[in-house]
Design a protein around this ligand. Structure first.
Ligand code: NAD
Length: 264
C-alpha cells in the first residue's frame, strides 16, 4: 500500500488545519509532492515543517480560494515548478448556522464564495494543466449536508449540495472529453475539527459547558448509527482511495463516510 503516490503532484486547499492537514501528511507519507494552500500562513508553515520532519516533500502557498487571481498564481507556479498536477483536493470550507429569516446576506455570500466559488475556480484552472498531461484527479469535499438538509444549516447545506452537483457535471465533461480525468465528491459525517468551533465552541471555550469533542460525541450518539464521530484519518483514507488507481473506474460518484448517518 505504501508509496501509491510516488512522483505525483498533489494540491490540497485548506491544508493548514483539520482534514486538509492530515490529507497533506498522508499523501506525503505515500510519496507525493504536496502543494498545500490556505489563508492561515503560520499553520501552513508548521505543516511544512511536519512533513519535512517525516522525510516528505511539500511547499505552501498563502491562497484564498475565493480569488481567481490567487488560483491563477497557484496553478501557474505548479505548472512552472512541476509541469503537471496529478491530484487537486478542493477541501477548503467554512461552516455557519442560522435561521433563514435572520441570516446576514454578506455571510451567505461569503460561505457561497469559499465553499462553491472556490471549488469552481480551482477546477477551472486545474483542468487545462491536467488535460495537458492526459490524466488527473479532482476530489471535492462536500458533506453529508450536501445529501440531507437540516434546519438552521440552510446555507451550508446549499453550498455542499452545489459541490455535489458541480462534481457530477465536471465528471461528465471530462468523460466526454476522454481526457483521463476523474472527478468525485467526498461526504464526511461528523468529524471533530475546528470547523465546529464557530458552531458549538472551541475545545477550551470558556463559554461552552462541554469541550467540542464531548459535545460532538453527545450529538453523534443519537444521530449516527455507529454512535461515534468519524476520525479525520477515516476521511483522509477515502481521499487516498479516490486519488489512487484502485478507484480507476470511479467518476461522478459520492463517497459517503458518515457512520451510517444518511443511510436511514
Ligand atoms: P477546518 O476548519 O479544520 O479546516 C478548514 C480549512 O480551510 C482551514 O485551514 C481554513 O483556514 C481553510 N480556509 C477557510 N477559508 C478559506 C479560504 N477562503 N481560502 C483557503 N482556505 C480557507 O475544517 P475541516 O473539518 O477540516 O473542513 C475541511 C472540509 O471538510 C470543509 O470543506 C468542510 O466543509 C468539510 N466537512 C467537514 C466536516 C466535519 O465534521 N469536520 C463534515 C463534512 C464536511
Amino acid at each position: 500500500m505504501a508509496n501509491r503516490f510516488d512522483g505525483k503532484v498533489v494540491c490540497i486547499t485548506g491544508a493548514a488545519k483539520g482534514i486538509g492537514r492530515q490529507a497533506a501528511l498522508s499523501f506525503a507519507a505515500e510519496g507525493a509532492m504536496i502543494i498545500a494552500t490556505d489563508i492561515e500562513t503560520d499553520a501552513g508553515k508548521t505543516l511544512l515543517a511536519d512533513i519535512a520532519g517525516r522525510g516528505g516533500k511539500a511547499s505552501f502557498a498563502e491562497h484564498d480560494v475565493t480569488s481567481e487571481d490567487a488560483w491563477k498564481a497557484v496553478i501557474g507556479d505548479i505548472r512552472t515548478l512541476h509541469g503537471k498536477l496529478d491530484v487537486l483536493i478542493n477541501n477548503a470550507g467554512i461552516g455557519m448556522t442560522g435561521l433563514i429569516h435572520e441570516m446576514d446576506y454578506d455571510l451567505w455570500r461569503k460561505m457561497m464564495a469559499v465553499n462553491v466559488d472556490g471549488v469552481f475556480l480551482g477546477t477551472k484552472h486545474a483542468l487545462p494543466l491536467m488535460r495537458q498531461a492526459g490524466s488527473g484527479n479532482i476530489i471535492n469535499v462536500s458533506s453529508v449536508a450536501g445529501i440531507r438538509s437540516t434546519a438552521n444549516f440552510s446555507c451550508y447545506c446549499a453550498t455542499k449540495a452545489a459541490v455535489k452537483s458541480f462534481t457530477k457535471s465536471t465528471a461528465l465533461e471530462c468523460a466526454e472529453a476522454r481526457d483521463g480525468i476523474r472527478v468525485n465528491s467526498i461526504h464526511p459525517g461528523i468529524i471533530s475539527t475546528a470547523i465546529w468551533d464557530t458552531l458549538i465552541g472551541t475545545e477550551e471555550s470558556a463559554s461552552s459547558n462541554m469541550p467540542r469533542d464531548a459535545t460532538l460525541a453527545g450529538m453523534t450518539g443519537d444521530a449516527v448509527p455507529f454512535g461515534r464521530t468519524g476520525t479525520i484519518q477515516e476521511i483522509v483514507n477515502g481521499m487516498l482511495f479516490l486519488a489512487s488507481d484502485e478507484a480507476s473506474y470511479m467518476t461522478g460518484a459520492e463517497l459517503v463516510l458518515d457512520g451510517g448517518l444518511t443511510a436511514g
